[in-house]
Design a protein around this ligand. Structure first.
Ligand code: SF4
Length: 319
């Protein structure tokens, strides 16, 4: 302890903005080359499944696919929204593939997954926003691989959120994830088709339907948000009883997307992580390469253990 810097101001939480697209060392990742990666890729192609890993140009694809962990993206590969951070194609989507639920279940079985993450594009064109398809995917997974725990990451189901959430919760996923993505001030530029408080309400609604479903939400850092705004998002999530927060560095997929305003350094991520834990989340993932689905299986196991420990501690108090 101690040292001559003790009384000086704390180290800056962000690095000065580097020239555009030059990533700091802590962001660099290895190119995907392994055998596991190739096998995962072949299986996804054979079953005509899209993955957010590829569509979002995720930097973790080498590591995740090597371990056979891929996040399936259902309801096609064309999104009806055009968020400034997202690499998924925008336009008029094609019809929904009725065989997709079976294909997702077959992939989970072949990959031997203990935990699967299923996400989708936004389908504002469908009367139910695609909720029924999520339900069919959950049902197929329960039927074909009953031992696999299911995490879904859904859109906001704008203007049809209540019935969508009700139907999905009734199907009983283990984790319901919906990302807030950024602080409310940046919504008009970063997530123009969405509303911050509507997304927050969706998370509340899930808990209201079934308090046993774990809820999860995440934000990207480096889009120009202020530290106190991030703390406020954490508070908002906690008041919606969100169990798990993820925080990762925003990376610009192409020059047409929103600029990276800053590369938040690993120490700053650790500081945000400590604050989130102090605010009472059951599980926290905060690092430059954190993504919603990064290490999702391990984190799910930790979150479940944390809930059990909390319940046991409460019971001991009563005795
Ligand atoms: S972090 Fe998620 S999106 Fe990225 S490669 Fe891993 S599973 Fe895919």
């Amino acid at each position: 302890m101690g040292g001559m810097n003790d009384m000086s101001s704390p180290p800056p939480l962000t690095e000065p903005r580097p020239p555009r697209q030059r990533k700091p060392d802590w962001i660099r990742v290895k190119a995907p080359v392994g055998k596991g990666y190739q096998e995962t890729r072949t299986l996804m192609r054979d079953l005509s499944l899209n993955t957010v890993c590829e569509e979002a140009a995720c930097p973790n694809i080498g590591e995740c696919w090597e371990k056979k962990h891929a996040t399936v993206m259902i309801l096609g590969d064309v999104c009806t929204r055009a968020c400034a951070f997202c690499n998924v194609k925008t336009g008029m989507p094609r019809t929904v593939d009725p065989l997709e639920p079976e294909h997702v279940a077959a992939a989970a079985a072949k990959l031997g997954l203990q935990h699967i993450v299923v996400t989708s594009v936004d389908r504002d064109d469908l009367p139910d926003g695609g909720a029924g398809h999520f339900v069919r995917v959950i049902e197929a997974l329960r039927r074909e691989t009953p031992g696999t725990t299911i995490e879904i990451l859904t859109p906001d189901f704008r203007n049809k959120m209540r019935p969508a959430v009700e139907a999905i919760c009734a199907a009983g996923p283990d984790v319901y994830n919906h990302n807030l993505e950024t602080v409310p001030r940046l919504y008009p530029t970063i997530r123009p088709g969405a509303r911050y408080y509507a997304s927050l309400r969706l998370l509340e609604e899930v808990k209201a339907h079934d308090s046993l479903i774990f809820t999860k939400s995440g934000i990207m850092l480096g889009l120009g948000e202020q530290r106190l705004e991030v703390h406020q998002v954490m508070d908002d999530m906690r008041s919606a009883d969100v169990d798990f927060i993820t925080m990762g560095q925003y990376l610009q997929p192409t020059p047409r997307h929103a600029n990276v305003e800053e590369f938040v350094n690993p120490k700053a991520f650790a500081a945000y992580g400590s604050i989130a834990r102090a605010k009472g989340f059951l599980q926290v993932a905060a690092s430059p390469l954190t993504r919603s689905s990064y290490h999702a299986g391990d984190d799910f196991a930790k979150m479940r253990a944390a809930r059990e420990a909390k319940i046991a501690a409460k019971a001991a108090q009563v005795r």
